[in-house]
Design a protein around this ligand. Structure first.
Ligand SMILES: [Mg+2]
Length: 304
């Protein structure tokens, strides 16, 4: 069995049904089973399966209560659920669907129908995951986009406010990019942006470090819990790396190759500090850097 096979949690109080569904699906799926609702909730939270197949009628906690609990918990809310039912009743189907079930499988089982419904739902899930991923990637450069940046910035800022660890942010601007496009054409401009983005992205060492295309020829770095010194060194190094690509830019008055300007700052945020005040300060640092070009300007920021 492949390790990337989808994980399915099957929940039914009857061992016969658990065994039947396991036998049917085991070839292409990781199967876990639970005989009651409480066990199902534990396993759903720890395994985070791609799909839960859930019996409606069970002693103790029934399927409706289980799906309510799954949907009430932020970590399990997105797990799709298919109900198993012998209840041949439109009202029960309606109730299940209104609680967030995606489909029904009725007992007694028809193997081909079970397989088809399970595969349909899993395909839908794959598709949704792919769309979510695409929505956060910049189409031109292949690195995270502005939306991903906004999400990450908010999350990391809140984390830093709680932890009291230093937080660094930098804005990057490609120098004289308009004149590059005017001189070499937009296709060459796109290619240059892609190279700059990939170079900046390759420089990241820790999984918590982050770079995104902010828009146009602007990029942004987020460095959680890194020292002022290390952040500043990184920014200077980024300027050298881009210059080192040696992408000819005759129209640049800074160098005869493509360069970047980086403005950044480190702060130690507290709960009453404002992200907007900090990003405004980082913006000012970028303006200063752009006055010199091919420079990184870094400062410490303390909200008053
Ligand atoms: Mg049952």
């Amino acid at each position: 069995m492949k390790s990337d096979n989808p994980r399915i949690l099957v929940v039914d109080d009857e061992v016969f049904n658990l065994q039947f569904l396991t036998d049917l699906l085991i070839a292409d799926h990781h199967i876990s089973t639970a005989k009651d609702g409480l066990k199902a909730l534990q396993l759903a939270a720890s395994l985070l399966p791609d799909l839960v197949i859930l019996d409606v009628v069970m002693p103790g906690m029934d399927g409706y209560e289980v799906i309510r609990a799954l949907k009430a918990d932020k970590t399990t809310r997105h797990i799709p659920v298919i109900f198993l039912t012998s209840l041949d009743n439109a009202q029960d189907e309606e109730k299940g669907l209104s609680l967030g079930a995606l489909d029904y499988i009725s007992k007694p089982f028809h193997p081909a129908i079970v397989m088809a419904r399970v595969n349909n739902i899993l395909e839908l899930v794959q598709h949704r995951k792919l769309l979510e991923k695409i929505a956060l990637i910049d189409g031109l450069t292949g690195i995270p986009n502005r939306r991903a940046y906004d999400d990450r910035l908010r999350d990391e800022w809140q984390r830093a406010c709680r932890s009291g660890e230093p937080f660094s942010l930098a804005f990057v601007d490609v120098d004289f990019f308009k004149s590059y496009n005017d001189t070499y054409g937009h296709a060459a401009g796109d290619l240059a942006l892609r190279k700059v983005a990939q170079t900046l992205s390759r420089m990241l060492k820790r999984s918590s470090d982050f770079v995104a295309r902010y828009g146009g020829e602007e990029f942004a770095f987020i460095f959680p819990s890194i020292s002022f010194q290390n952040a500043q060194t990184f920014a200077t190094q980024a300027c050298r790396e881009i210059q080192g690509l040696a992408l000819e830019h005759k129209a640049s008055t800074a160098e005869n190759v493509i360069t970047i300007s980086v403005g950044g700052a480190t702060t130690v945020p507290a709960r009453n500090h404002h992200l907007g005040a900090f990003t405004k300060h980082v913006d000012m640092m970028l303006y200063q850097a752009k006055e010199a070009r091919n420079r990184a300007v870094w400062s410490f920021f303390q909200e008053k």
